[in-house]
Design a protein around this ligand. Sequence first.
Ligand code: GDP
Length: 430
Amino acid sequence: MSIVVVVGMQWGDEAKGKVVDYLAQDADYVVRYNGGNNAGHTVVIGDEVFKFHTVPVGVLNEGVTAVITDGVVFDPSVFVGELEGLRKRGITADRIKISGNAHVIMPYHRLLDRLEEEYKGNGKIGTTGRGIGPCYADKMSRTGIRVWDLVDLDRFRARLTQCLQQKNKIITSVYGADPLDEATIYEEYAPYAEVVRPYVCDTTTVLVEAARECANIVFEGAHGSLLDIDHGTYPFVTSSHCVSGGACVGTGVGPTAIDRVIGVAKAYTTRVGAGPCPTELKDAVGDRIRERGREYGTTTGRPRRCGWFDAVAVRYAARVNGVCSIALTLLDVLSGFDMVKICVAYSIDGKETTEFTTDVDALWRAVPIYEELPGWKEEITDARVFEDLPAAARRYVDRISKLVGVPICLVGVGPRRDQTIVLDGEVLQM
Ligand code: GDP
């Protein structure tokens, strides 16, 4: 029996979906603990591509219960759409559970997300505009609507009346936009309540019981550690706890129940949205990585900012997450370069440091110091064991492991489930 957290070690999009899918083959539960439908996971099985925003990736595996817990913000319109999509593809979604404590994303959250971003002008965060930040803000200020409220329509109507009065004042007086209509929102949301209701329960009790019965549980982190509200590059972060500790906060399962934390890192760096990214390459090398890695957002289609692997940032992520092993993904994207670079330190105001900083002002000024390694020309998408990789690729993987100070359990050489090299099967064993 194992309880494993899968967490992103960069700025999100590290291919956590593929790693979770790998583990889910032997799991009983796959659990989302943070974020909302601003996150997107892509899983490729054979020729079929599945994209998820709200439903945990584990739903693709028969016998796996997919759980959306308290720490997630939940957009019922997106959930209903995803459910419909899965049904059309013949995937039974009966084993989904949704926490009544999860907060519901409302139309005014989406509107305020957009209005707040416009108001910030040049200082905008680059949010996905899905209402995630405003929904979490309401949760913290104790003015949110929870899934329990949604599925009890009398309660929902009363909460909506109360909340919308205040939101409409902000929408009209602060931003000069048109108010939203209560009846329209109610009519849209009441049918969602009918679809969602059968899935709602106390997920903490379900998971704690499952842990007691020695179930295999995968906690599926959304986004990446450097986007964590506390431990990321604030304010250019998302509004939830993306780090592994968020799995406990978001699910109500205590830290002593967790056996392992697997960190997922790309073989290079990407970042979407605004904020510092020391190794970003605004040149042909960055463009080549973007095209080969198809680095366009699952949720928004936005081109991702690309650069060399940042060992300073990933070492920091290993520390804040307590990562015991790394899944290094998308190594195949780096084939064809004469040489590849790894950022081993920053120079900030002329001072060299190997420590990451979450003081964003300083991070903007960080100049990466690189180590150069020989590249490899061969395509590696058919490699299935470590020895299949060219010597230069093997050296690159080993060097990353050494610099980050954590062993590597898996290397990704393509999007498909089978395009995976396992280095440490024991860590990946549920
Ligand atoms: P997530 O949010 O961390 O799950 O990441 P995304 O799903 O947004 O992005 C990962 C993308 O890379 C998806 O399109 C995957 O199908 C793809 N992918 C996953 N692993 C690999 C890999 O090893 N090589 C390549 N080329 N693509 C991969």
